[in-house]
Design a protein around this ligand. Structure first.
Ligand SMILES: Nc1nc2c(ncn2[C@@H]2O[C@H](COP(=O)(O)OP(=O)(O)OP(=O)(O)O)[C@@H](O)[C@H]2O)c(=O)[nH]1
Ligand SMILES: [Mg+2]
Length: 231
């Protein structure tokens, strides 16, 4: 009876909600702080190193657990993980490609490790989204897009450190640079990872942070070396 009931619940209700990723593709998992505008309200702006360090520790933890993880790229309150099941034909995708499992376990691992590394009393939460990208060139574009976002975000964060929302309305990037100069500051002098983001990559025997990454569009070899090739 119990088996029958279980089978019924599974086939009627659980199985229809089971979504599997296609095999032999590149898969991105992006994890993003939920409502971090509020969570970080009392933290130093525009850049709070302990926050970045805790996000890095969380990303390393996820990379270590994620089957087929190639690397991760992080900036602001987010980290994107790239995984794939290339290699042997029978090599497995993490959780056999189950979207619900991958998203929920990633966000959970990330949140737990973030809090182990972050001393603040407030509780953070993270969302995760999972999707396949069927083409290697598009994977490169994905990471360029996130890095563009890092540069744009960091310029905006620095500008809004000195100016009100109204004062910055309609200002171009170069006008924002000029306004920052007027306050005696210079975006270019801020740490590289604040402007470009950070990468967690495999070293000889473990995953480690690279906080001095190049601009992906200027040094195409960097990203190229991180993205696995299809079989
Ligand atoms: N003080 C401080 N805030 C940061 C730092 N890095 C990121 N943030 C905050 O994190 C926010 C990230 O923005 P979003 O992810 O777009 O917005 P969110 O408020 O997290 O909202 P959702 O992601 O939609 O849930 C930024 O707006 C900043 O307020 C930092 O180093 N210092
Ligand atoms: Mg967020």
């Amino acid at each position: 009876m119990n088996d029958e009931l279980g089978d019924r619940i599974k086939t009627y209700f659980e199985d229809p909600a089971r979504v599997l990723l296609p095999r032999k593709t590149w898969v991105v998992v992006r994890i993003d702080g939920k409502g971090f505008h509020t969570f970080t309200r009392n933290m130093p702006r525009p850049y709070h190193r302990p926050l970045a360090d805790a996000l890095d520790a969380a990303a390393i933890h996820v990379c270590e657990q994620m089957t087929g993880c190639a690397f991760a790229y992080g900036q602001s309150d987010e980290y994107s993980f790239l995984m794939s099941d290339f290699g042997r034909d029978d090599s497995r995708m993490w959780f056999d490609g189950s979207v619900q499992k991958i998203a929920s376990v990633s966000a959970s691992l990330f949140t737990a490790a973030f809090h182990r590394a972050f001393a603040e009393p407030g509780l953070a939460a993270f969302d995760a989204r999972v999707f396949a990208i069927p083409n290697r060139a598009e994977v490169e574009k994905y990471f360029r897009w996130r890095q563009d976002d890092a540069s744009r975000n960091s310029l905006n964060m620095l500008a809004s450190h000195y100016y009100s929302h109204e004062e910055l309305l309609g200002k171009s990037a170069s006008e924002k640079h000029d306004l920052i100069h007027d306050k005696g500051d210079n975006w270019a002098k801020w740490p590289a990872d604040f402007k470009r983001g950070r990468v967690v990559r495999r070293t000889e025997d473990r995953f480690a942070v690279d906080a001095e990454i190049p601009i992906f569009t200027r040094d195409a070899a960097y990203l190229d070396s991180l993205i696995p090739r299809a079989d």
